[in-house]
Ligand binder design. Structure first.
Ligand code: PGA
Ligand code: ZN
Length: 413
């Protein structure tokens, strides 16, 4: 059972303070959980408590003065009961009292400690009787939006290594494309512009979407991978939507929502686009569904649209808004609710993407979560920077040790 729950501040990959919770069991076993932190957050996300000075002292206090006394003595394997207890203790709709950062760090630490107490791999413990497989990575190799210093409005340009027999092969091919992209940028714009954005992608000095797409596709073709590797984008469109004028500010001009539809259709016609996240601002369920209807095979995906909350997923299903969902545990605040959301999506044949945040720590927990739940995809940035590679390296370790099947070929429906 749980002996101690202790919270303290650590820093994330942007150097911002975030919450780490450490659980100590009576047996002496210890495990930690970290709260990641987003930069392009959805407005319906559970609340990350942050003090005026940028610290997370208040959230750390939540762990030490409210959560800790409530959890001590409990059986660490009772994840659902513990998560429900924290939800109750918080008592708000959006976890604004204790802070979703305090709660998710604890929820993750509980799961990891429970797995250790049973001498189990976290993915086996969390997944239980589920089939385990290795997810297809969505690698964000070119960064824009609020994650980069350039003028690109689309936040993420991803490569998707689908037609491979193993996760390792898929990842190594992606690394070659990433390096080829870096070379292209150095050649065209100068080496000084090969600097990385928040998620480890290159952030060249561009302002026009087409130029970024062209660079990524050129890198794919330079490696001879155009038949095996697809492309994806996360527009994170809420970040460049002008609410007063009702237009998107993109490519050095503006586009109406209807013009945005044509813009995406044109891209899907000319590039091997498989995945498109948050193409419209987070309240426009209707246009998501119109675009999904017209894009056929592309997996339109909701991130800010759903914020890992079943309430909004239900709405999205009624309007047939998307074929895919992003799953971010800190958007909702507990592992139990995250898995409920995941299961609802899966039961309705919606593609699932277990995802990091732009502010991450070196904890590889989401790698285990994606394998545990058998998600179709994992989104964890470029193959660079330690907080991104920790997840890729954990997936390589799982494949090496357990030889699980790679999901890529199964995706070719
Ligand atoms: P965030 O962005 O973690 O900065 O919110 C990631 C995403 O939009 O997918
Ligand atoms: Zn997103």
């Amino acid at each position: 059972s749980i002996a101690r729950v202790h919270g303290y501040e650590i820093i994330d990959s942007r150097g911002n303070p975030t919450v780490r919770t450490r659980i100590t069991l009576e047996s002496g076993i210890r495990a930690t959980g970290d709260a990641p932190s987003g930069a392009s957050k959805g407005t319906r996300e559970a609340v990350e408590l942050r003090d005026r000075d940028g610290s997370v002292k208040e959230a750390v206090d939540s762990v030490n003065y409210y959560i800790s006394p409530a959890l001590s003595g409990l059986d660490v394997r009772e994840q659902t009961k513990i998560d429900e207890l924290m939800i109750e203790l918080d008592g708000t709709e959006n976890k604004s009292r204790l802070g979703a950062n305090a709660i998710i760090a604890t929820s993750i630490a509980v799961a990891k400690a429970a797995a250790m107490s049973l001498s189990m791999e976290p993915f086996m413990y969390i997944g239980g009787a589920r089939r385990h497989a290795l997810p297809v990575p969505l690698l964000n190799i070119l960064n824009g939006g609020v994650h980069a210093g350039n003028m690109l409005k689309i936040q993420e340009f991803m490569i998707i290594p689908v037609k491979f027999d193993s996760f390792k092969e898929a990842l190594m091919a992606s690394v070659r494309i990433y390096k080829s992209l870096k070379g292209l940028v150095a050649e065209r714009y100068g080496k000084v512009y090969t600097a990385l954005g928040d998620e480890g992608g290159i952030s060249p000095p561009l302002s026009v979407t087409e130029d970024a797409l062209n660079l990524v596709y050129t890198a794919i073709r330079n490696e001879g991978m155009e038949d095996r590797v697809y492309m994806g984008m996360d527009a994170a469109a809420s970040d460049f939507y002008n609410h007063e004028k009702g237009v998107y500010e993109i490519d050095n001009g503006t586009k109406t929502p209807d013009q945005m539809i044509d813009f995406y259709l044109d891209i899907a016609n000319r590039y091997p686009l498989l995945y498109l996240e948050d193409p419209f601002e987070e309240d426009d369920f209707k246009r998501f569904s119109e675009l999904q209807g017209r894009l056929g095979k592309v997996i339109v995906t909701g991130d800010d649209l759903y914020t890992t909350n079943v309430k909004y997923l239900k709405k999205g299903m009624e309007t047939k808004s998307t074929k895919g969902v992003i799953v971010k545990a800190n958007q909702i605040g507990t592992l139990t609710e995250t898995i409920q959301f995941f299961d609802m999506a899966k039961e309705n044949s919606i593609k699932t993407v277990v995802s990091h945040r732009s502010g991450e720590t070196e904890d590889y927990f989401i790698a285990d979560l994606s394998v545990a739940l058998n998600s179709d995809f994992i989104k964890t940035g470029a193959p660079s920077r330690g907080e991104r590679t920790s997840k890729y390296n954990r997936l390589l370790e799982i494949e090496n040790d357990h030889g699980l099947e790679y999901q890529g070929r199964k995706l070719l429906w």
